[in-house]
Design a protein around this ligand. Structure first.
Ligand code: GLU
Length: 275
């Protein structure tokens, strides 16, 4: 059965761009007689706030979007992400990375010209790693693209289906050796998303063009974890009068402030092309 989702992070109030995304996914589910699922992507406890989560429910209800219950909140499912991480670790696909953000940026900048636009690293030598572990240094787990490539015998056979476009070759190289378990929160976006999309039976992932590169990485994770590949649709991004994308920092454009300014949900739906 057709199933798609809207998966915001409660790190700010939803804005017009989120409304467009949610309405796009919702109407696709409605047209297909399928499921529409809301997922709260709240693994980053340092940035997520309960009032933003409460506002998501309120804003979606205002827009008239009904959803399945219970809503999956990522913070309540760490065991699922851990199981996936353990599996990738056991297959030698992950390595510990002790570098700081700045060190990662420096490694990219100092690579021979054009050799590295995204980070690609390698496990430390066992004695250095043991020393740093003993010293209690924090580390992230990164996916080794090199190990993944060996495991799959190359990325040539890897692709995803983009609705309306057909088959798109997946280029997980775009993401480099992505972090799958962050130093601070123990899991990371790409991993949680592929695990959840599979567990929630998503047949379609409908989201903004800004996540197109993420899809390449996520397709690789699905292949490594033996998870089904949904069909993707990356919709256009809304821009404001200044031509810039809406962002959570644009307070005046949040759905709650539009509501406070007297805009009705049906006006907004019409404006966004869902009238
Ligand atoms: N949580 C992500 C965001 O708010 C979206 C993830 C997704 O749709 O895969 O940007």
């Amino acid at each position: 059965m057709f199933a798609t989702r809207f998966a915001p992070s409660p790190t700010g109030y939803l804005h017009r761009g989120h409304a467009f995304s949610a309405l796009t996914a919702y109407s696709a589910a409605l047209a297909a007689g399928g499921r529409f699922v809301l997922r709260i992507e709240d693994i980053d406890a340092t940035r997520c706030r309960p009032q933003f989560e409460a506002a998501i429910y309120e804003d979606l209800a205002w827009l008239g979007l009904s959803r399945e219950t219970p809503v999956r909140r990522q913070s309540e499912h760490r065991a699922d992400y851990q199981a996936a991480l353990d599996r990738l670790k056991a297959e030698g696909l992950l390595y510990r990375c002790f570098r700081t953000r700045r060190e990662v940026a420096e490694a990219i900048a100092s690579a021979p010209h054009g050799a590295m636009e995204v980070f690609r690293g390698a496990p430390l030598a066992p004695d250095e790693e043991a020393q740093r572990l003993a010293a209690g240094e924090p580390y992230a787990w990164r996916l080794s693209l090199a190990a993944a490539e060996r495991r799959l015998g190359g990325f040539e056979g890897l692709f995803f289906v983009e609705e309306g476009e057909g088959i798109v070759p997946a280029r997980p190289q775009l993401g480099g050796d992505v972090v799958l378990a962050r130093k601070d929160v123990g899991v990371a976006y790409h991993l949680a998303v592929v695990v959840d999309d599979a567990l929630q039976g998503m047949t379609h992932v409908i989201r903004g063009q800004d996540l197109f590169e993420a899809t390449h990485v996520q397709r690789l994770l699905q292949a490594l974890l033996g998870l089904p590949a949904p069909v993707y649709r990356h919709h256009r991004l809304l821009t404001g009068p200044d031509g810039k994308r809406f962002a959570k920092r644009d307070r005046a454009e949040t759905l709650r402030s539009l509501r406070e300014q007297g805009m009705s949900a049906s006006d907004l739906r019409k404006e966004l092309g869902f009238g």
